[in-house]
Design a protein around this ligand. Structure first.
Ligand SMILES: [Zn+2]
Ligand SMILES: [Zn+2]
Length: 425
């Protein structure tokens, strides 16, 4: 190699020298083990999912244990995180996407109402807007309005509706005392909705939808019924309304976060399940006419008659905040439901009984007091104890179940038959 050659190859040589130098300087060369919170190289990083499941980050164990969580994605966020005026912490990504002040809040509220009315017109639901105000506020302000102590690391309340009710003489009355008004009294309402800032627009829209569902309940359910329904179920219903709207918006990640919300103790997931199996109308019927306060999916089906909806009337309940969970959890809805007091049946059945089939896009079968869809496995409570059953196939007039390792075909009102090699015997 003569001098001319060296000069000719100098640029490439330089590149190689720079690369070798870089490799020598970084402790372990190129590594996948950079923690995306502290940005340090770590021996062990774990891939964690954001709260709404829309992205993943590699996080080291030290950050998992010690770093503060981002208000939105709930992942540990150390380097590059930003703190808002009320001390909520945001990772870089979520801070960029966050809306803190919005001049177009009125337009967004109006658009949400229009979209809700479009999504629910088939159910004759009319979402009010003329007597509603919607404001975007900090989480600290939201907690002040609720007279709750604010902790920026646990600011799980994201929306609030304050409803005032006025009698015929325009005197303010308590929502819980509406039923004391003489029949036929025209009541007037004013609803003030407050939504936490710091989220992207679509999530703010989902919160507005949830709060507008509270408004709908106040103005449409019979007073007594609205008072009687369990608070978790009311929250679950409002989450369902937001969930449905987010389907129209194609916002899968907002839907994921709604499913994960622990605030309603799993009620939203029962409602989501019931809606996909039996339709929204069934839920409305239960809201209007049901006799139990809380939902167990099987109860719902048993209780709902096919009678038409009653005429819409006016009705109640104190303002209720909407919450996103303070901590991440992988708890399944079934675990959550188990926490709710389950009414004990008078006497337990001794055998597996197929009580009904809901055949359609999302078929499900009512077996004893359980609702199962295809592929689902559950423990059935029988007189002698628990029996594991798995739903293999739902047909129009029969259901194939694996019971204790045996495959059987069940019919409504008929004894089951064994299935051998896929054929009923
Ligand atoms: Zn770290
Ligand atoms: Zn984040």
């Amino acid at each position: 190699m003569n001098l001319a050659h060296v000069i000719r190859y100098l640029p490439r040589l330089l590149k190689i020298v720079v690369l070798v130098l870089f490799l020598a300087l970084s402790p372990r060369g190129f590594s996948d083990n950079i923690c995306e919170s502290c940005r340090r190289d770590s021996r062990k990083v774990v891939s964690l999912s954001s709260y709404d499941g829309s992205f993943q980050r590699n996080i080291c164990h030290h950050c998992i244990d010690n770093a503060p969580q981002c208000f939105v994605c709930m992942l540990p966020a150390l380097k590059g995180s930003k703190t808002y005026d009320d001390n909520r912490l945001f990772c870089d990504r979520d801070f960029q996407a966050a809306i803190f002040a919005y001049e177009e809040m009125d337009r967004l509220a109006y658009q949400t109402t229009v979209d809700l009315n479009r999504a629910f017109w088939r159910f004759k639901m009319n979402f009010a807007i003329s007597n509603v105000t919607v404001s975007l506020v900090s989480s600290a302000t939201l907690y002040d309005l609720l007279e709750l102590r604010f902790n920026p690391q646990q600011a799980s309340i994201v929306g609030l509706t304050m409803t005032k009710c006025f009698d015929a003489e325009d005197k303010e009355i308590k929502l819980s005392e509406r039923s004391k008004q003489p029949a036929g009294t025209q009541l007037r309402y004013q609803h003030d909705i407050y939504v936490a800032n710091g989220f992207p627009e679509i999530k703010i829209k989902s919160t507005i939808a949830h709060e507008l569902a509270h408004v709908w309940i106040h103005e449409n359910l019979p007073f007594e019924r609205a008072n009687a329904i369990d608070r978790d179920t009311v929250e679950g219903f409002c989450e369902l309304v937001a969930y449905q709207l987010m389907e129209h918006e194609n916002a899968a990640h907002v839907r994921t976060s709604i499913r994960k919300n622990l605030y309603t103790v799993g009620q939203q997931n029962i409602l989501i399940e019931v809606e996909s199996g039996y339709g929204f109308n069934r839920i409305l019927q239960w809201l209007y006419k049901g006799t139990n306060r809380r939902l167990q999916s099987a109860d719902l089906i048993r209780q709902i008659s096919d009678s038409p909806l009653p005429k819409q009337t006016s009705a109640v309940k104190p303002a209720v905040p909407m919450v996103q969970p303070a901590t991440q959890t992988n708890a399944q809805p079934s675990e959550l439901v188990a926490e709710a007091p389950q009414p004990q049946p008078a006497s337990r059945p001794t055998t597996v009984i197929l009580k009904g089939i809901f055949f359609g896009k999302n078929s499900s079968a009512l077996i004893n007091d359980l609702t199962l869809s295809e592929g689902e496995e559950q423990q059935l409570k029988l007189a002698e104890g628990f029996l594991g059953i798995k739903c293999l196939e739902i047909k129009q007039s029969s259901v194939i179940l694996a019971v204790n390792g045996e495959t059987k075909e069940f019919f409504v009102g008929r004894a089951p038959v064994d299935v051998v090699n896929g054929e009923s015997k």
